[in-house]
Design a protein around this ligand. Sequence first.
Ligand code: AP5
Ligand code: MG
Length: 188
Amino acid sequence: MSFRLIILGPPGVGKGTQANIIKDTYNIPHLSTGEILRNEIEIKSDIGMIAKNYIDDGLLVPDNILLKIIENNISGANSSNGYILDGFPRTLQQVKDLNDLINKLDHTIDIVVSLTADEDELTKRLIKRSEESGRSDDTADIISKRQKVYWKQTAPIISSYKKTGILKEVNGLGTIQEISKRIIGAIK
Ligand code: AP5
Ligand code: MG
C-alpha cells in the first residue's frame, strides 16, 4: 500500500524532525525541498546558484524551479511506495502545480499535517539551531523574515487544504516524541 503525506508549518515547527521519524515508521522517502535546494547550492548547480540568492535572503525560490524538483523526485522508483513532502507546497501556485502533477501520475495525497507553534517558541528553536547548523538562513534577521514570508505566502494554503477534508492540524509544542505520537494518531 502506498502512503503520501504533506507536512507543513512555519520555519522551526519541526517539519524535518518529524518527517525523519515518520519516514521510518512508514518506510517511505522524506523529500525536503529545503534540503534538496541546500544540496544543489553545495554542488554549485545552476538551480543551486539561482536558489542561493533567495534562500540567503529568506525569500521563496520561484515556483517553476520547485515544480521541476518535485517532478524529478516523486515520479521515480524510490517514491513508488509513497513519500513525505516537507516544505512543499508553499504557495497557492505550488498547490495547483502539485495537483496537476499527481493527477498526471495517478497519485493521491492521503493526508496534510499542519504543525502549529507560537512564534516565540519557533524563534527560540531556530536561534538555538543557528549555533551549530551552519545554515545561511539561520540568522536573527532572516529567521524573523522567514516567519513573515510563511504567514504571507504559505499560510493561505492551509485553508485551501481544509476544503479538501484531508487536513489535520497537530499541536507542534511538546517533546519530539509527544508530537510524533500525535501525528501518527492523526494518520490512523
Ligand atoms: P526549509 O529548509 O524548508 O526551511 P523552513 O521551512 O524555514 O523550516 P526549517 O527547516 O527551518 O524548520 P523545520 O520546520 O523543518 O523544523 P526542524 O525540524 O528543523 O526551507 C528553507 C528555504 O528554502 C526557504 O526559506 C526557501 O527559500 C527555500 N524553499 C524550500 N522549499 C521551498 C518551496 N517549496 N518553495 C520556495 N522556496 C522553498 O526543527 C527546528 C529546530 O527545532 C531543530 O534544531 C530541531 O532539533 C528543534 N526541534 C524540533 N522539534 C522540537 C521540539 N518538539 N522541541 C524542541 N526543539 C525542537
Ligand atoms: Mg526543515
